[in-house]
Design a protein around this ligand. Sequence first.
Ligand SMILES: Nc1ncnc2c1ncn2[C@@H]1O[C@H](COP(=O)(O)OP(=O)(O)OP(=O)(O)O)[C@@H](O)[C@H]1O
Length: 250
Amino acid sequence: MLELKNISKKFDGKVVLDGINLEIHNGEIVSMLGTSGSGKTTLLNIILGLTAMDSGSIIFEGTDISKVSMKDRGFNIVFQDYALFPNLNAYKNIVYGLKNKPDVVSAGELDELIDFLELRLHLTKRIDQLSGGQKQRVALARTLATKPKILLLDEPLSALDGVIKETIKERIKAITKKYKLTTIIVTHDPEEALTMSDKVLIIDKGTISQYGTPKQVIHEPNNNFVEEFILRQLQIKRDNIYQLFKECHA
Ligand SMILES: Nc1ncnc2c1ncn2[C@@H]1O[C@H](COP(=O)(O)OP(=O)(O)OP(=O)(O)O)[C@@H](O)[C@H]1O
């Protein structure tokens, strides 16, 4: 289990996170959802060990890892822009993180990962020869190959469009469930958060507005913010689609 205890962070004197308390159980997919600037990425980077918190602690499997370096925490992230190396082909990108620890994954496991993400036909391609969805899968394979204890995803679907988005969404869900991998996703899209996750953490101005299952968020919104920001957006989306269908069939 990952426990965040009373985490606070200021940037230039401005409070960005204010006393965050949270428990994430092993194998859960948790989405962090909030408006732009609410502190989602800062919290993700604090968990990763990339950003230092001002106060609070992080406990993983009962051990305080607050002062453990990013490398030794053993978590890993897929960045929003994928951060692939343009001078290496897809395969070399995937195995890049294994340079210093080649024994972490067996050849068989790596093969399975490549097939599961349907990358076999693209392994020798340069990064600029890949589509957005293929780049995303290469980035995911590169991170998963290091067998992270926790998988962190920063806006994993924001650069993808419609159909590809749905495919990648299902793939992420399937792979994290297959490997029973605790996964934390940052997103600003309520639909994405509610359809991908076991639990949704709604952050508003650096504090937790609600933490619950998608069902709880939809049926028992904690406050006006959840109702207005999250549910209203979904309603507008649904109404627009209904309206479009009505017009098409008129
Ligand atoms: N390194 C930094 N130095 C100064 N201020 C920062 C730094 N990183 C983040 N901030 C500020 O902290 C606040 C929260 O930023 P953060 O990136 O965590 O928000 P977010 O919820 O992820 O937003 P978005 O959805 O737009 O990415 C913002 O006001 C941002 O300007």
